[in-house]
Design a protein around this ligand. Sequence first.
Ligand code: BES
Ligand code: MN
Ligand code: ZN
Length: 497
Amino acid sequence: MDFELKALTLADAVAQKCDALVALVTDAFGGGADPVSRLVQDARKSGDFDTKPGKLLQAWRPAGVSATRLVLAGAGDGSGKRIHAAVQAAVSALRTKGVKRLVVCLPTDAPEGAVRAAVAAAAEASYVFVATKSKPEARELQRVTIAVPGPAADHKAAFEAARGAANGIEFARELGNLPPNLATPTRLGEEAKKLAKAHGFQCEVMGPKEVARLGMGALLGVARGSEEPLRFIVLKYQGAAASEPPVVLVGKGITFDSGGISIKPAPEMDEMKFDMGGAASVLGTFRALGDIRPALNVVGLIPSCENLPDGRALKPGDVLTSLSGQTIEVLNTDAEGRLILCDALTYAERFKPRAVIDIATLTGACVIALGAVRSGLFASDDELARALHEAGEAACDPCWRMPLDEEYGEGLKTNFADMANVAGRPAGAVTAAKFLQRFTARYPWAHLDIAGTAWKGGAAKGSTGRPVGLLVQYLLGQQSSAGAKAGSGTRRRKAAA
Ligand code: BES
Ligand code: MN
Ligand code: ZN
């Protein structure tokens, strides 16, 4: 889908020929003498329309408006979050009406994040999955013009970043939605290679032999139960001097999680195809980096395999030796995500990273704790936690910090190895994070548990592409501080006077 940014007031926009014109109306809307403003004023007076976020009033061929359809969309206080909701509601209402060209008019008092929110919401609401349909219905919306009242140049950087992020989000959604017989570890490796070729990234895709040679016993252990060969993907984006320490993103790439020998119940097991949402978010973020090309270095690591039961599969009681040398007793083969991640987290050390962020559909317990609204955020570093939290707010892709007190790790003790892979049921999202933390002593680390946010179930079943928006926003914020030990709590020493 094409996005374009244009400087247009509401009075200019009424003359735009398009299939639909969406006017965002905030509480503070004053408006002028143009037909849309007059309509807003009248409709507010009559009570047929108000500025509550998500409220819509639709008209067909209204007088004085060149667009075929006009949609007034309430945008409340005009914050990014409200604009996101308003555009999403408007674009959803226009679906299946054959709208190809759309103009979205931002309010005059639009804040900094308005362009970003409008682009993200328009892309999100118009997405259709067609890859495995025999008679695909094409996406209707083809061109979206974001109309800003002031000079377009003021919004250009935000617009371009938003467009890149939207492409990345869509890429992640598409991969997430693919069925597990197509989205195999091999396919993820091929997608990484394709991305690398298109955008000039470095890329290495390792298979079982290379991973065995490295000594990634935990990843190898999980992969044992499947006929599909595992992959370990390394992607590198270089946007700054080679000497700049990179941010490392690590994405859980379980392309299907049956639970293994500790098998899951049948209902909704199909949704475990989304267990590669972390991996998809890393690939989606790289897709965005390729477009936006910010000035920093980023490494992406994706351990990927299936978790299946088989004669050779991991058994409860098996002990694995991880790449770090630490041994792990597998008490539940369904706690496989932490096993593949721990080896990737150890591998991350070699990049001497300024920060490592892992992204994983890690625990059902996180869904219970935070639902589908916020991803779980765990961090060993306050500055990194703050930056990620802020990025989530700005990108309408929010997260919430969870604790990592030492006491939560006590349940991982076992008589037969350095640690077990599960503790009890209480605080399951936290004990999973405590497990990962044991592999992250050498760098500032954060973990995003996206089990509740990476996909939706029910009638709207499908990947959300989260948290690509958050990650892109965070990475863009790391550019200015490149050179500083950004994301780490360590204060820089002042040079002696
Ligand atoms: N991929 C699942 C986590 C998950 C479950 C995400 C349901 C979304 C919905 C993960 O591998 C898993 O199975 N975790 C177990 C851990 C348990 C065995 C300690 C879980 O959450 O039940
Ligand atoms: Mn599992
Ligand atoms: Zn899993």
